[in-house]
Design a binder for this molecule. Sequence first.
Ligand code: ADP
Length: 472
Amino acid sequence: MIGLRDFSIKNKLVLMQVFTCVLVLGLCFAAFVITDINGYKDRKVASTVSVAQVIGSNSISAIQFLDNEVAEKTLFDLQKVEADVVNASIIDSRGNVFASFTRPDKPAYTFKPPFSDQHRFDDHYLYVYKNIRDQQDMIVGTVCLQVELTQLEAIKKQKFEIATVLLFVGITLAFLIAYLNQRYISTPLLNLVNVMKQIRENSDYSRHVEVSGKDEISILSSEFNNLMDEVAKSHQKKDEFIGIASHELKTPLTSVKLYLEALAKMKHEPLVHTFILKSKEGVKKLHNLILDLLDVSKIESGQLQLNHKELSIDELVDECIEDAQMNTVNHTILREGQPSNKIIHGDRDRLEQVLINLISNAAKYSPGGTNIAVETLASDDEITVTVKDHGIGIADSEHKKIFGRFYRAKDSNSVISGFGLGLYICSQIIKRHKGKIGVESEEGKGSTFYFTLPLSSRVIENNPAIDLKSKV
Ligand code: ADP
């Protein structure tokens, strides 16, 4: 069930304003109705008491001379002036009924003591008791009237109709006004959320939220911008550090690598030879990581230079397959489909880096060792290169994320080593070639990575700063 907390702020604001409006409207209306009804009752009591008083004065001598016929006539005549009187009685000083009258359409009512000056209401009637006093101010009897509150029902009905109309109009107006007003709060909040989303998706910390005004949301937006400035600065420092550190590490590591290669060519005892080969492997991994870190640093600082030339995509694919096959014995890398015979403009080394990366990932993430298929598909305006494996696959939710910096899919984290940089570098290289890169994959069922390159357009672009931060 959806709770109030699950409502959007926009809906909450509208609801709150409509609720407040209905509450205020309801209270005002209730006060108005109560005052109106009380006014009517007060007027009714006053007029009925006057009528009782007149009857009492007219009946003094009838009571004193025990002439109840006259008294009953007085009561009978009463309906001519006060049609709402349903029952009327004159009670003598001993509490006995001296004269009474009942309107023909209503049942008779027996008035109960005490017979003192008083009035009371029940749901439909007003009961008025008025003592009759003689010249010496002695009580000689009491006039009792039961009066129908016909107008009260009419007043209630009329007020209910007005309340319904007012409530409907009030809710509609409140809704419209609330809907227009909520934009002042929800729009800047939604803007903030959108910018946050974009920052998270593109890791572009230079994005700022527009700040207009001085209210709390503007303060929040401005603080958010300050925070992002800080994050951007610390990212920049981190990138600078990565760039400097990897550069400083590269030179001695290249020497170590060369010495190890030289050592590996010499004759050694088998155990020493094994150690040298293991060291070579480790140094190679380290060297590759440093190259990746240097690439990331170049991409981030806008210094990744591309050297575009015409090249045959078929030759490139064949060479990469050959190179990649040398690094794996458990997998067979196959060229599928027909050669495309297409010439493209691009940086050969960088495109080779992309393809080798995709093929080596296909091998790395297919631990069981199966076939890996590489295919080129040409259309009129672009060429698509696909690398298909039958490995561990990737969950849907990770498809976009794996092209981010240092991102590794959750399943591969603990099992297979890596830094989450390869695909990020690939995506940036392909982006710089004005192509697209992506993946189709299902967990446990293998993956097909692909990238496209435009055929017709000259993808040569020498301004490395363009689009460097944008992702796939
Ligand atoms: P690394 O392989 O060093 O972790 P990458 O950037 O090359 O970094 O890949 C990012 C993540 O994408 C990997 O950690 C892995 O989870 C996932 N991935 C890449 N290629 C494949 C593949 N062929 N099959 C399954 N997962 C893959």
